[in-house]
Design a binder for this molecule. Structure first.
Ligand code: 5AD
Ligand code: FES
Length: 356
């Protein structure tokens, strides 16, 4: 494609309220390095204009790997009997939160498998304790639950919720999520927004059977949903999952998806995901250079961390806890940016909080 044509394509995508699917597919198929550089630097300039130069930190604690779902891509699927399951107790959890807060990280992401046995009131109590003892923002990532549970957690002080759609294509979704209902996932996202959570979603790049058109539609889904946060990571096959032996997701395609999502959504918070850091090399820096503005250091204590194997080769599994390993400040400086140690709430206009 001529540089002139490419510039026109990117401008069209940037300026349209809802871009043409073909335009997005064309941008997702760019191969030539000069073209890719153009796309990535365009996205980087949108990131700079709408999000600034701060790299935001969200500390994650994976407090339980119990799961009753059977997602074909995921190592925590309930049919994986080889995995020993854990649930951190309250004391262990609070200790990790304390350490995270001492590292000057202002958001704790509490993540687990989708585990209906997880007691909503137990988690509500943890949230209240965190909010009363620490000056922290609480993000939850524990899957599909009832409106009632979401409400209890919100009332206990939870601020944000991550629930990835994984793929916005209903048929593709059904093909790898037995016993799950795509519409129910949409309903959950909707309920979370109505309850006043800052809401994050996202997808996986390179799922078996996924086309470029599927990814283009995901990007449109992100734009239409006006989400506060969007996590995009490559598929990494897990040996004890249905998709064992499948091809892993492509790093460049993941970066292209991040770039186009940035260009379209302008100011959503987009992490350079751990999965992006867990391929043949650590592509998180590349992610930060093509639209991402968030890093998620892992604060799960090491004995548990090894067991939270969503996919193999997860970055930092053998390293000690916290922010120091990734040399956050050094990374930021090398990019001419800085680490933002604030709470860094959503850049989106505060939505009306309806009381449901
Ligand atoms: N490869 C990459 N990402 C995965 N996830 C789950 N399994 C895999 C995998 N094999 C992602 C999902 C989930 C998040 C916690 O991890 O998007 O929402
Ligand atoms: Fe449940 Fe992955 S299958 S968290």
């Amino acid at each position: 494609m001529s540089m002139f044509k490419l510039k026109a394509l990117l401008d069209r995508i940037y300026e349209s309220e809802l871009p043409d699917l073909n335009d997005l597919e064309q941008a997702l198929s760019l191969k030539n390095q000069v073209e890719l550089d153009k796309l990535f630097s365009f996205a980087d300039s949108v990131r700079k204009e709408f999000c600034g130069d701060g790299i935001i930190l969200r500390g994650i604690i994976e407090f339980s790997n119990f799961c009753d779902k059977e997602c074909f891509y995921c190592g925590l699927n309930k049919n994986n009997r080889k995995l020993s399951r854990y649930r951190m107790n309250q004391e262990e959890l609070i200790k990790s939160v304390k350490y995270l807060a001492s590292c000057n990280v202002k958001t704790v992401v509490l993540q687990s498998g989708e585990d209906q046995a997880l007691d909503a009131l137990w988690l509500a109590d943890i949230i209240s304790q965190i909010k009363s003892r620490f000056d922290l923002v609480v993000t939850l990532s524990v899957g599909e639950r009832s409106m009632q549970d979401y409400r209890v957690w919100k009332e206990s002080g939870a601020d944000r919720y991550l629930l990835k759609i994984e793929t916005s294509d209903k048929d593709l979704y059904s093909s790898m999520h037995p016993q799950m209902d795509f519409n129910q996932r949409l309903d959950c996202l909707d309920a979370l927004g109505k309850l006043g959570y800052q809401v994050g979603t996202g997808n996986i790049i390179g799922l078996p059977g996924q086309s470029l058109k599927n990814i283009a539609k995901d990007i449109i889904f992100f734009k239409q949903g006006d989400f506060d946060m969007i996590g995009i990571g490559p598929f990494i096959p897990h040996g004890d999952s249905q998709f064992s032996g499948e091809k892993k997701g492509d790093a460049t395609l993941t970066l292209k998806t991040i770039a186009l999502t940035r260009i379209l959504t302008r100011n959503a918070h987009i992490p350079a995901t751990t999965a992006l850091g867990s391929l043949d090399k650590d592509y998180r820096l590349d992610g930060l250079k093509c639209g991402a503005n968030v890093l998620m250091p892992n604060f799960t204590p090491p004995p548990f961390r090894k067991l939270y194997q969503i996919y193999p080769g997860k970055r930092c599994v053998d390293e000690s806890v916290g922010v120091c390993n990734f040399c956050m400040d050094g990374v930021a400086k090398s990019l001419g940016r800085f680490i933002d140690y604030s709470k860094a709430h959503s850049f989106k206009q505060k939505k009306e909080i309806s009381h449901v």
